[in-house]
Design a protein around this ligand. Structure first.
Ligand code: V0D
Length: 258
């Protein structure tokens, strides 16, 4: 028995990525995966590079992750790209970050269209530089008829502010007689959040060894499985997303029966 287990383990470890992808696709995959892409600054520091070099490397990983998620049949991928807290960073770093959507889309939008991906965004658009917003809105427009994976960027997003705004709009709708207070429940409240068109995430991934939510999707993550890794975002590779989903599927097999 011990031998058998050992043999099986060895085989599984020597499986190619291709084989592991095919195995994952035989079982239900998480429909919505959310990722807190942390560790770009630390990655750069380790290499004595400026922080922006870490952000640029991280952007390339966004592309690779999108491609694999799409191939695995994941229906929605939400990426936390910029929080409402990130404005406190040095001005030149923020300016650089705000150019990344244009650079990303300038390079990859044709491929995303080709792959039937729909680009979406959650977060407060008002404070974004107009050049950033323009690029994102063009991408949303150019991909709005696609019906494949949703690639949802959380940009200038904060969850407590999102919930408070939802509460204010609910109160306003009550006052105006648009809804009755007694009709308000978890489902109808969800429709006031920025994620109204999305299902709640099934799996949350956070890189870089921090074990906290940092004001990300507090309402939406109530029943979500969490997977944390020490890996820094620019080092996040196919192998890590595959591992996270393998763990997710094992947990589902263990607890899904009830
Ligand atoms: C830096 C790691 C892609 C996290 C990934 C403005 C921090 C690379 C986008 C992007 C960022 C956003 C919207 C869109 C297309 C692409 C992005 C930001 C930061 C913040 F429609 N990467 N990326 N946006 N980084």
């Amino acid at each position: 028995m011990l031998n058998k287990i050992k043999l099986w383990k060895n085989q599984s470890q020597s499986s190619t990525l291709r084989e592991r992808i095919e195995d994952i696709k035989k079982l239900p995959v998480p429909r919505h995966v959310a990722i807190i892409m942390d560790g770009n600054g630390r990655w750069a520091k380790k290499r004595a590079l400026p922080r922006i070099a870490g952000h640029h490397a991280g952007m390339k990983v966004v592309r690779k992750t999108t491609k694999l998620a799409n191939e695995l049949g994941i229906e929605a991928l939400t990426l936390y790209a910029f929080s409402t807290e990130n404005w406190k960073r040095p001005k030149n770093e923020v300016e650089y970050l705000m150019k990344l959507p244009e650079e990303f889309l300038g390079t990859f939008l044709p491929e995303l269209i080709e792959e039937n991906v729909q680009v979406k965004m959650i977060g407060y658009k008002e404070q974004l530089p107009s050049h950033t917003l323009r690029a994102i809105e063009k991408a949303m427009e150019d991909t709005k008829n696609n019906d494949g994976m949703i690639l949802n960027f959380a940009l200038n997003y904060g969850s407590r502010a999102e919930i408070l705004d939802a509460v204010k709009r609910v109160l306003n709708d009550c006052q105006e007689g648009i809804i009755d207070m007694n009709e308000l429940n978890e489902d109808s409240f969800s429709s006031y959040l920025m994620t109204s068109e999305l299902e709640d995430p099934d799996l949350l991934i956070r890189t870089s060894g921090e074990i906290r939510l940092s004001n990300f999707m507090l309402w939406q993550l109530a029943y979500t499985e969490f997977w944390f890794t020490e890996v820094l975002w620019p080092d996040f590779a196919e192998d890590h997303l595959i591992k996270a989903i393998e763990v997710f599927q094992k947990r589902q097999r263990r607890f899904g029966g009830v």
